[in-house]
Design a protein around this ligand. Structure first.
Ligand SMILES: CC(C)(COP(=O)(O)OP(=O)(O)OC[C@H]1O[C@@H](n2cnc3c(N)ncnc32)[C@H](O)[C@@H]1OP(=O)(O)O)[C@@H](O)C(=O)NCCC(=O)NCCS
Length: 227
């Protein structure tokens, strides 16, 4: 979940700031003309099928499950100072809030707004899980701010503290972005906002094939496009 840096200095009280799309991104679609389909309506986001795997790194991307293990892993991630500082975690980071968030995850996919996947150990018939048991949550990678019309999305990620520095984030982001930009995913662009001080995340973006477009609102904007 990427951090949501502001868009410049705060406007005078009572005035709303102009809504500017991130670098290189289109203005949000307007209201539909009478009789035409609503351009703001998003189709549901399906899960990658077959599931995305990187056998060399030993990971797969799976949906979140409302199990005690996933609930505890999500609450632990929200409690990690790095994840809390760098990504958009909720104010309520309790176990109950994590359970609610996981129960509502399929609804966000059905509404076409978000797709959040767990970075999990890949377990094969003869291959033990390299990073823990098959139910372990190594990290998360997800798409949000999905646009209607030509599909673009913001991508965000985190890795659990015990699993950092092993190439897992770069592999997971490469997998999800590659799928999103394939005909099966149907996206034309995937972009990320990264705090300029977050050198590890910039390196993750670079290794996953993103290019730096520039800066907006104090954050670097990275992009990977189809083709
Ligand atoms: C950023 C984060 C996802 C990186 O996860 P990770 O699994 O350790 O990342 P990877 O192992 O795939 O790769 C990290 C890369 O950054 C490099 N790196 C790590 N720390 C670094 C630092 N302080 N400065 C520069 N590069 C650094 C690593 O060397 C590696 O590059 P390499 O493959 O060329 O050696 C993880 O630290 C995290 O979850 N942070 C908190 C949440 C966050 O920042 N999310 C992203 C918001 S945009």
């Amino acid at each position: 979940m990427p951090a949501g840096p502001g868009d410049g200095p705060a406007p005078p009280a009572g005035r709303r700031p102009p809504r500017r799309p991130p670098l290189g991104l289109p203005d949000p679609p307007r209201r539909p003309l009478l009789g035409l389909p609503d351009p703001r309506r998003r189709p549901p986001l399906g899960l990658p099928d077959p599931p995305l795997t990187d056998p060399a790194v030993g990971i797969t991307l799976r949906p979140w499950r409302p199990t005690p293990g996933d609930v505890a892993a999500l609450a632990a991630a929200w409690a990690d100072p790095e994840i809390a500082a760098r990504t958009a975690v909720p104010d309520d980071r309790s176990t109950a809030a994590a359970a609610r968030w996981l129960r509502s995850e399929p609804g966000r996919r059905a509404a076409g707004t978000c797709l959040d996947l767990v970075v999990a150990p890949l377990v094969g018939p003869v291959m033990p899980a390299p990073w823990g048991d098959r139910d372990a949550v190594l990290g998360e990678v997800g798409l949000r701010n999905v646009t209607a019309g030509p599909r673009r999305a913001e991508i965000g990620w985190w890795t659990a503290p015990a699993h950092r520095g092993r190439g897992l984030a770069a592999a997971a982001v490469r997998l999800l972005a590659g799928w999103a930009l394939s005909p099966g995913g149907g996206f034309v662009q995937v972009w990320a906002r990264i705090d300029p001080g977050n050198r590890a995340s910039a390196r993750v973006a670079e290794r996953a094939g993103f290019v730096l477009l520039g800066s907006r609102g104090g954050a670097q904007v990275w992009s990977r496009a189809r083709g």
